[in-house]
Design a binder for this molecule. Structure first.
Ligand SMILES: O=C(O)CCC(=O)C(=O)O
Length: 321
């Protein structure tokens, strides 16, 4: 089961504020151009989906779903997509998912035995157990290790991705157009050598995702996650309410004090949990991964959206290099 910590989550805002936002945006320009070439409908989404009025209009276009469609059995037993969607609409997050132990163990074994790519860079390939040695070998701080498309060789991971409950929740929440857009597994590593620039990335700050008009992400911990293993933090209620200032900026990451002051510190849910525990959230709500301080974290994400999925993002590659 997932737990939560009461304390105010410490993101790395002080460091992040020291600047670099424009530099980071400039580095993303080639990625944005690629997205635009692949799908011209990306541009209006990118510009307008951050504003509440345009989002509301888009939500009105959602195809209504009356009942669950699949007769196939779910690994999540009796959970009901419709009830989960009700909770998602209310708070933006539902925390009661648990993977069967055999599934969790098989994906975790895969995560240990399959080389991952450090910092989203395909040139930095190593096994999770050799993380420290890899940092020395590559002369780089390595904060994350993604398996990219390799995860599709893991039958248990594919079974999670294809589980009927996930699509059922997505259809009830996003509408009948809901489709799979991402499946990724990755390690978050504790590291002694992180620089300010490493730590100021948007994923370590409260941010919202803007890859589609309407999105939903399922996350599953594949290792035990306590306060020192980089727990995920989600701000309840931030999925459908937004300060004007946060609607009218191109940036998706914002300082914790601005976010918490608006939504209330009591709504920041820090998600700790045993390996196998999971949750589903509307990633337009503010969320972040925190730095793994002591223990590596292995995570799986299955994402749904309503538009044509981007090839690049399918396994989480954020930036064209
Ligand atoms: O690593 C995490 O817990 C957060 C991941 C995240 O921010 C995202 O998928 O948008």
């Amino acid at each position: 089961m997932l737990g939560s910590l009461d304390s105010k989550p410490k993101d790395l805002e002080t460091i992040a504020r020291s600047g670099g936002a424009l530099r980071r945006m400039a580095a993303r320009v080639p990625t944005y151009l690629t997205d635009l070439r692949e799908n011209p409908a990306w541009l209006p989404m990118f510009l307008l989906a951050r504003t509440i009025p345009f989002r509301k209009v888009h939500w009105l276009t959602a195809k209504r779903v009356r009942s669950s469609v699949s007769a196939a059995r779910s690994m999540f037993d009796d959970l009901k997509g419709e009830a989960i969607a009700v909770e998602l609409r209310r708070t933006g997050i539902f925390t009661g998912l648990t993977l069967p132990q055999a599934i969790q163990e098989e994906i975790a074994r895969f995560g240990h035995e399959t080389p991952c790519f450090g910092n989203f860079d395909r040139k930095l390939e190593f096994l999770a157990g050799e993380h420290e040695e890899a940092e020395r070998r590559f002369g780089r701080t390595i904060l994350s290790g993604h398996h990219f498309e390799r995860i599709l060789q893991c039958e248990a991971a594919v079974a999670v991705q294809e589980d009927p409950l996930l699509l059922d929740v997505a259809r009830h929440y996003l509408g009948g157009e809901a489709k799979l857009i991402t499946t990724r597994t990755w390690w978050s590593f504790p590291t002694k050598t992180a620089s300010e620039a490493d730590l100021s990335r948007a994923s370590f700050k409260f941010h919202f995702d803007l890859d589609d008009w309407r999105m939903l992400k399922f996350f599953f911990y594949l290792s035990d996650v306590d306060a020192d293993a980089g727990p995920h933090v989600y701000v309840r209620g931030s999925h459908n309410r937004r300060r004007m200032k946060h609607q009218l900026t191109l940036l998706v990451g914002h300082p914790a004090d601005e976010v918490l002051e608006y939504y209330g510190e009591e709504n920041a849910l820090t998600l700790t949990g045993k390996a196998g525990s999971g949750f589903v959230e509307d990633p337009f709500g503010f969320h972040m991964g925190t730095l793994a301080k002591q223990t590596p974290r292995l995570m799986m994400e299955v994402g749904f959206g309503v538009s044509k999925p981007s090839k690049r993002r399918y396994h989480g590659e954020p930036v064209i290099r």
